[in-house]
Write a protein that binds this ligand. Structure first.
Ligand SMILES: Cc1cc2nc3c(=O)[nH]c(=O)nc-3n(C[C@H](O)[C@H](O)[C@H](O)COP(=O)(O)OP(=O)(O)OC[C@H]3O[C@@H](n4cnc5c(N)ncnc54)[C@H](O)[C@@H]3O)c2cc1C
Length: 484
């Protein structure tokens, strides 16, 4: 096999061009570099700014910002309301040990055409991570052993068994419903059910956990059809399945989204969590940061796990609240940057099922202190900022490695995410996904969590943002002008 960087998850220099100015609480301010038609307010002037727009987008992640750009392209006055002091949501480029790193989304791939084309069009360039030089896997005795890269073939054999038949039951990657009858029974299965169907031994399950069970937030949480859907999107081959985790946009994910925001021409208000949305059939009123805004249509582009935290005055269809309470984003998803002493090479650690760390790799340059590792975990209790907990987890898999400092992001504990990467649960593909993609009154929902393509990736967020703006223009045709 061709060794590649074999992970789902994993910074780079970014010129974060967010326009929050010091002390701006709930201030409506124009996005940097946007068109001259934008509405721009200085910090603290929000109360004097417009409250009525053609369209409001709740949430400034990739779905929300691309929706806003498409709405502006339709000529609509558009406001993005964002809870944090930054755009990007689950994509967040920051600094650790003197390096630019990613605490959320990291990689892009040519097969993810929407995000790939954004990077090409903007001329941002890409960085390809170096391959690992050794790997670590669980052993029969319950410990771990260093292995050469050929050992990864064992993992691939098991992975292919998991998704065997996907060419038949998911023949069109971007239309997962095309062979719905073949999915009815499969969509009920967890990854654990599938492992039992395949009669995998505990050791085999441990070897494949980092590329199956851990993706799903544990073998008993994630659905087989989500894994098979990613497999289909990767062209049913392991090279792409691993290759999707090796190329980064040169300016980091925050750099990319800042450029998209800048060209959108939308206005944006930061640090303004939306608490209530009230659609009376003619206008939608949105309460955020103590102010009430209104628009002819609203794109709700917050994570599905967060939907139930917002009060929808007239309620939502049951599918929405069910999806939100069941969770779509993995609720225990964590990412941790780890500074270790000295040069420990380029490991690729595949944690056993239930391990503190599911995946450990290095995809940054050495710092002056030594290697910087990136780890992913879906362990429910791991404290992502505890040096001692991370040291004890690292000692199990990389004996002798000395942890100097850690910085992590626990996405499940983040009030504006309540989970990490998308990984649907059993039944959600056939049960709720189609319903929540339909407009409800003057509301249209967006987000990677409800993509029919690359759900769980930035590409899927962009897919739904563009689609949501199209659905909003359909609302306009049906219910009168929304232009202003
Ligand atoms: C650890 C990790 C690694 C990942 N790795 C990759 C990768 O390598 N490549 C890849 O393509 N994808 C990756 N992903 C997935 C990717 O980050 C997401 O699919 C994508 O960023 C989701 O975009 P979104 O716009 O749908 O949602 P989000 O990014 O979550 O954006 C939603 C926005 O809504 C805001 N919001 C929430 N509540 C409110 C409220 N009440 N009022 C106002 N605003 C609110 C949030 O602050 C946020 O800005 C990873 C995710 C994680 C967690």
């Amino acid at each position: 096999m061709k060794p590649g960087n074999r992970t789902f998850f994993s910074g780079a220099h970014t010129s974060r061009r967010v326009v929050l100015r010091a002390g701006a609480a709930a201030g409506v301010i124009g996005a940097t570099g946007m068109a001259s038609t934008r509405t721009a307010f200085a910090a603290g002037e929000a109360a004097a700014g417009p409250r009525s727009y053609d369209a409001i987008v709740i949430g400034g992640g990739f779905a929300g910002v691309t929706a806003a750009r498409a709405l502006r392209a339709q000529g609509k006055s558009t406001l993005i309301i964002e809870a944090r002091d930054r755009v990007g949501g689950r994509a967040w480029t920051a600094t650790f040990s003197g390096q630019q790193v990613e605490f959320g989304a990291t990689w892009i791939h040519p097969s993810q055409t929407l995000v790939w084309n954004e990077v090409q069009r903007l001329g941002l360039g890409t960085v390809t991570d170096a391959n690992p030089d050794f790997t670590v896997f669980a052993t029969e005795s319950g410990g771990y052993a260093k292995q050469d890269l050929e050992f990864l073939d064992h993992q691939d054999v098991l992975l292919r068994r998991f998704v065997e038949g996907a060419e038949q039951y998911l023949p069109r990657a971007y239309d997962p419903f095309y062979k719905e009858s073949l999915l009815v029974e499969r969509d009920k299965l967890t990854l654990g059910d599938r492992a039992r169907q395949l009669r995998l031994s505990t050791l085999e399950q441990n070897w494949v956990s980092a590329t199956t069970g851990a993706y799903g937030g544990g073998f008993e949480r994630g659905s087989l059809t989500q894994l098979a859907h990613w497999w289909a999107l990767c062209g049913y081959n392991t090279e792409t399945f691993h290759g999707i985790n090796s190329i980064r946009p040169a300016g980091g994910m925050s750099g990319l989204i800042s450029r998209i925001l800048a060209e959108s021409g939308a206005s944006i208000v930061y640090k303004a969590p939306v608490t209530e949305v009230s659609d009376d059939g003619a206008r939608v009123r949105v309460t955020a940061g103590g102010l009430v805004y209104d628009a002819a249509a609203v794109v709700v582009a917050v994570p599905a796990n967060v939907w139930n935290s917002i009060k929808f005055t007239y309620g939502l269809p049951a599918e929405f609240s069910r999806l939100s309470s069941q969770t779509v984003g993995v609720p225990t998803a964590k990412k941790i940057l780890i500074q270790v002493k000295g040069d420990i090479g380029r490991p690729l650690v595949n944690g056993a099922s239930g391990a503190l760390l599911d995946l450990v790799l290095t995809n940054t340059a050495m710092s002056s202190l030594g290697s910087v590792l990136t780890a992913f975990s879906v362990h429910p209790t791991l404290d992502v900022n505890s040096v001692s907990q991370v040291q004890s987890a690292i000692s199990q898999v990389l004996p002798g490695a000395q942890v100097l400092s850690v910085k992590g992001q626990d996405w499940g504990k983040d009030a504006y995410s309540k989970g990490g990467w998308t990984f649907r649960r059993p039944g959600q593909l056939l049960g709720e996904l189609r319903a929540v993609r339909q407009p409800y009154g003057r509301l249209v929902f967006a987000g990677s969590d409800i993509a029919t393509g690359w759900g769980g990736y930035v590409d899927g967020a962009i897919e739904t943002g563009i689609r949501a703006a199209g659905l909003v223009s359909g609302l306009r045709a049906a219910k009168g002008s929304t232009t202003g």
